[in-house]
Design a protein around this ligand. Structure first.
Ligand SMILES: [Zn+2]
Length: 236
């Protein structure tokens, strides 16, 4: 059974109510969730599922299930398992998620300062990175930092846009990432638009306004291979 992914429409939900579909040590499936499952370089959420008697089931990680729209909430070792049909209150580790949202959105902006195909990327709560297929000599930490922070200072509101698979096929220039193709199969693809700055397919969670990011600093730039010149950033 499908899980309704509430974070797609509102990335700011810190709690929600849901019902258990199935539960095992491998993962707990719910009818709806605010937990983002690992994907697109963004880690899965951690948090807790709270039973009606107040007992907390600690969730260590969140992953995609086997079917297209299933989500597995992975209980920490030794956590109790809920019963199918049981109502629960969901609570994500919001400080961690918000840091991920800020860094994730910052990477969208940074990817518009470095004009090159993106060959990889990853986000952690304390830093994020993108790999570019570019000549090392064209990467200048000061210029990337200044260029990104100038764009962030615009304080632009972000938007979620949906297009059909066919529309995306007709606009291949939207896909900057060489390694991660946007998820297909549902007939439509989700895009993040930062008006005047960026438009690209992305299923992750983003801040509502890039002003929430503040400023970033470039931590380091490193050669990680022929097509991978890595730019690592952190929140300033
Ligand atoms: Zn994104």
């Amino acid at each position: 059974m499908a899980t309704q992914m509430l974070f797609r429409d509102d990335a700011y939900l810190k709690t929600a109510a849901a019902q258990v579909i199935a539960a095992s040590e491998r993962g707990i499936e719910l009818d709806r969730t605010i937990f983002y499952p690992l994907g697109g370089g963004q880690p899965g959420d951690s948090g807790a599922l709270i039973r009606q008697n107040g007992e907390r089931i600690v969730i260590a990680d969140t992953r995609k299930g086997e079917t297209f729209d299933s989500v597995l909430h992975i209980p920490a070792a030794g956590s109790p398992l809920p019963e199918p049909g049981e109502p629960l209150t969901l609570e994500i580790d919001w400080d961690r998620r918000y840091a991920l949202m800020r860094l994730h959105t910052a990477l969208h902006v940074m990817s518009c300062v470095v004009v090159a195909p993106v060959s990889g990327g990853n986000i952690a709560p304390d830093k994020g990175r993108l790999d570019f297929d570019i000549d090392m000599n064209l990467l200048n930490a000061e210029r990337i930092e200044q260029g990104t922070n100038d764009l962030l200072a615009r304080g632009t509101a972000t938007e979620t846009v949906w297009i059909t698979d066919e529309e995306l096929d007709a606009r291949p220039e939207l896909v900057k990432t060489m390694s991660v193709q946007p998820p297909r199969g549902a007939g439509r693809v989700r895009l993040l638009r930062i008006p005047g700055i960026d438009l690209q397919p992305c299923g992750g969670t983003h801040v509502a306004n890039i002003a929430e990011i503040g400023a970033i600093r470039v931590v380091r730039i490193r050669n990680e291979g022929k097509r991978n010149k890595r730019v690592e950033i952190a929140l300033a």
